[in-house]
Design a protein around this ligand. Structure first.
Ligand code: AMP
Ligand code: MG
Length: 403
């Protein structure tokens, strides 16, 4: 059985970055992955300007007298034009272009305006004080965004601030989703004896939407290998990635792996993690394949831990990995050695400012309802056994997929 790290490495090694590129207006590029290193066409700021409301001065003038006449005004968008005689200052606002020859801007709090309109400075400024120099933020030709960056509410406005109107992006990933199992009924239909509602397809679709994928819903497949074969072939012709759930174990009605072997190839299908021991990763002719286990807890955990990195790479970005924090176990935690365990937990900060965590409810992978009370995974190392209250454990606060 592979460890989680080995499995992730195996997947990331064989998965390609996307090759197709689209050019989109920055107005339509939110949540896309940048497909180029974006270079700034301009300097920012593009002219020397004031960082304060105050007065632009030359140090030589102030060396003679701390009282100067006022030659005019420079506003943001309305620069001072005219003669700036010696022994004068220019009234200036934040962001306004500094007059040529300015050595410093003195903030208005350090200046008194006299009755005759002249101004007296209470401090001697330093050279370049309160001046924002051309190119200080970004130099023309600088790379401001690298390939693989997510175009979000910071990076897109950055492009806008440079006058860039369009950007090369990778296409949205097309993901086919299907559930397998004779017992499954779509939500909204009555349940007959022995039937259950299809939870996984709904959960996977929600997470895919949060990852900004295009979802193609292939519905529910009965446990029949011929139908699996047909559906897999159909799905891979339309999608970049096919995600199934159920039928991936070793029961008599578990056909996912055998059909994947027949119409594609299996890379691995057994992991030393809990929940989620059976998880099939492989390839169909035109699409990659992830087979999630059927229990909804296992399906969500394996999607989170294994499919997230797959989607990141196929979408053209780097999987950032989960934030891991140390926390104190608030209760004893049951754990048997042998598999890396992702228990569902609730963490909080106690009165001493420490992070404490406890498992939410029973941890069986068929017990889904307690999951809603969790806000993190408690990640218990493969070889670790039972945890006593007060021991330190690692937690992973849920990201936006589960939050
Ligand atoms: P399987 O991996 O197909 O043996 O399924 C394992 C368990 O998960 C069984 O109890 C299934 O009934 C259940 N299961 C499989 N698929 C789903 C699904 N889409 N939604 C809810 N439960 C499921
Ligand atoms: Mg099944």
């Amino acid at each position: 059985m592979l460890t989680l790290d080995q499995a992730r490495e195996k997947m990331l090694n064989v998965l390609p970055y996307p090759t197709r590129i689209e050019n989109l207006s920055i107005n339509d590029a939110a949540n896309r992955i940048c497909a180029e290193n974006v270079v700034s066409p301009i300097n920012v700021p593009s002219f020397d300007n004031s960082a304060m409301d105050g007065y632009a001065v030359r140090l030589a003038d102030l060396a003679q007298s701390l009282t100067l006449s006022v030659a005019g005004k420079s506003f943001a968008g309305n620069p001072f034009i005219g003669d700036w005689k010696s022994q004068s200052a220019v009234r200036i606002m934040t962001g306004a272009m500094i007059p040529e020859g300015t050595d410093a801007v003195v903030m208005q709090e350090d200046v008194t305006v006299n009755e005759d309109g002249s101004v007296t400075f209470s401090v001697m400024p330093k050279l370049n004080q309160n001046i924002r120099r051309i190119g200080e933020d970004v130099k023309q030709g600088d790379i401001v965004l690298t390939q693989g960056s997510i175009l979000n509410s910071v990076s897109l406005p950055l492009l806008a601030s440079l006058g860039i109107t369009s950007v090369n992006v990778f296409p949205r990933l097309k993901v086919a989703v299907l559930s397998t199992g004779d017992e499954l009924v779509p939500v909204g239909k009555p349940l007959a004896q022995g039937q259950i509602y299809d939870t996984n397809r709904f959960a996977v679709k929600l997470m895919l939407e949060k990852l900004h994928c295009d979802v193609i819903d292939f519905g529910i497949l009965p446990d029949n290998p011929e139908q699996f074969e047909k559906a897999f072939i159909d799905a891979q012709s339309q999608a970049d990635l096919v995600i199934t759930s159920g039928g991936v174990s070793v029961g008599e009605a578990d056909f996912t792996k055998t059909v994947l072997e027949k119409v594609g190839s299996v890379n691995f299908w057994k992991l030393a993690i809990k929940p989620g021991k059976p998880f099939a990763f492989g390839k169909l002719e035109n699409a990659w394949f992830c087979g999630l286990p059927g229990n909804p807890v296992s399906a969500l955990v394996t999607f989170y831990q294994l499919v997230q990195p797959v989607i990141a790479k196929l979408s053209g970005t780097e999987y950032q990995g989960a934030v891991q924090l140390p926390a104190l176990a608030a209760t004893n935690i049951k754990k048997s050695a042998g598999r890396l365990d992702f228990q569902r937990g609730f963490y909080q900060i106690n009165a001493q400012g420490q992070i404490t965590v406890q498992p939410v409810g029973f941890q069986g992978s068929h017990l889904f309802s307690a999951f809603v009370k969790a806000n993190c995974f408690i990640v218990l190392e493969q070889e670790r056994g039972n945890v006593n209250a007060g021991e330190t454990v690692t937690i992973e606060p849920f990201n936006h997929l589960l939050a």
